[in-house]
Design a protein around this ligand. Structure first.
Ligand code: NAD
Ligand code: USQ
Length: 386
């Protein structure tokens, strides 16, 4: 298949592009390098040193013999987006290319507006380009488990059978997201469902949980193929941060009482899930939703797992929660679709955590420890002025 990976310079887009290429697909990557710019803005950089996109593509050609196409530009530029869809002519487009950090979207009005414009407009341009140029292209869109929030009923895969006053309907599952970033994903999901319904597009929305890990079979082949690993309090995700904090001898920063629970997935399963979604496309007119997680854990359990695996002393520090989020809540998620397509999950193991310790130890000198402490809060900005 011809597969275009949008956001192909990012944490997940890069290893996914390699995985699809290694599986024999003809792959091109697209990126505008905003992720590298956020690092300049925040004064941090990926824990792992990452090569330029051009250097990575060249390294992959040397290591594997496979060529990756490359498009540099911004999805919010409609002319560019249309050009790429025409020029590459993909069978499937995997869309990772969004601003993805909840804290970044909550810094202030400017960052909230940037996040929603970037994500919603980029996705709309893409939907229109597909609809006008070739509506048979399968859109594989990265959504997030955080679209659902933490409802007091089981979370289904995108849709809910509802019975109300004696009548029944199949409705989009109600959403209760927890940041302006997570809201942007809800807006995307609604826009894509609408496009499937009215234009007959074929889409898979992958509501992915928090990803952990750094290495995949392909990125391990050469140091120039490493993917990024974020540790700062804005872009670092919880398990990766806890591993890095343990190695640095810093306390693991559990927000609030730590009983908030999140769906999780190993990066090796992420790349496999994308492959499964591409190779088993949605039907024309179908808005298909998969919950892309393999297990769920509370933040406290994640911290305790890291503490248990680390061969040294680890302390846990319960910080006042900078986010407004439910801590004690019900959490049960249906996630059978990807398993039915053949996913064999890597559940969180001591071996994985130990291998992450090794990666982190190698690059620990690159960390700026101040960046580990959370500074962005979810409080009403008006309250700060009074
Ligand atoms: P990332 O920030 O590392 O990668 C996203 C890439 O998209 C970056 O390289 C960025 O430069 C690019 N990009 C952003 N806006 C763009 C635009 N307008 N045009 C072109 N390129 C643009 O993020 P990631 O961790 O690899 O996440 C990828 C996707 O998966 C995101 O959509 C995210 O919401 C979703 N997701 C991530 C996680 C996680 O734990 N990392 C979990 C669930 C879902
Ligand atoms: N948390 C801590 N301590 C930390 C960091 C986080 O207790 O040092 C807690 C947070 O309060 C939150 C949970 O851990 O309850 C998860 O936080 P996170 O930063 O790991 O994840 P989140 O903000 O939800 O965002 C990440 C990705 C995002 C993706 C999402 C999947 O950045 O792109 O969409 O995970 S999900 O959470 O399922 O929505």
């Amino acid at each position: 298949m011809k597969i275009l990976v949008l956001g192909g310079d990012g944490y997940l887009g890069w290893p996914t592009a390699l995985h699809l290429s290694q599986a024999g697909h003809d792959v091109a990557v697209l990126d505008n390098f905003h992720r590298r710019q956020y690092d300049f803005e925040l004064g941090v950089e990926s824990l792992t040193p990452i090569d330029t996109l051009q250097g990575r593509v060249e390294a992959w050609r040397e290591v594997s013999g496979h060529q990756l196409g490359m498009y540099i530009g911004d999805l919010t530029d409609a002319d560019f987006t249309y050009h790429v869809i025409r020029d590459f002519g993909p069978d499937a487009v995997v869309h990772f290319a969004e601003q993805r950090a909840a804290p970044y979207s909550m810094i202030d009005r400017k960052h909230a507006v940037y996040t929603q414009v970037n994500n919603v407009v980029g996705n709309l341009n893409l939907m229109y380009a597909i609809a006008e140029i070739d509506p048979s292209i399968h859109l594989v869109k990265l959504g997030t488990m955080g679209e659902y929030g933490t409802p007091n009923i089981d979370i289904e895969e995108g849709w809910l059978e509802v019975e109300h006053k004696g009548r029944k309907d199949r409705m989009l599952y109600p959403k209760k997201p927890g940041s302006f970033y997570h809201l942007s994903k809800v807006h995307d999901s609604h826009n894509i469902e609408f496009a499937c319904r009215i234009w007959g597009l074929a889409a898979t929305d992958l509501n992915q949980g928090v990803v952990y890990g750094q290495q995949t079979a392909e990125t391990m082949l050469d140091e120039r193929l490493l993917t990024r690993l974020d540790y700062d309090a804005v872009f670092g995700t919880v398990l990766n941060r806890f591993v890095i904090q343990a190695v640095l001898g810093q306390p693991l920063t559990v927000y609030g009482n730590g009983s908030q629970t999140r769906g999780m997935i190993d990066i090796r399963d992420t790349v496999r899930c994308i492959q499964l979604a591409c190779e088993n496309p949605a039907e024309r007119g179908e808005f298909r939703v998969f919950n892309q997680i393999t297990e769920w854990m509370s933040v406290q359990q994640i911290a305790e797992t890291v503490e248990r695996c680390f061969p040294g002393e680890v302390t846990l520090e319960h910080l006042e929660n900078p986010r407004v989020e439910q801590e004690d809540h019900y959490y049960k998620v249906t996630h059978t679709s990807l398993l039915e397509l053949g996913l064999q999950p890597h559940l969180l193991s001591d071996t994985l955590i130990s291998s992450l310790f090794d990666v982190v130890k190698q690059y620990a000198h690159r960390v700026r420890p101040e960046a580990l402490r959370p500074t962005v809060t979810w409080r009403n900005p008006g309250l700060d002025k009074s």
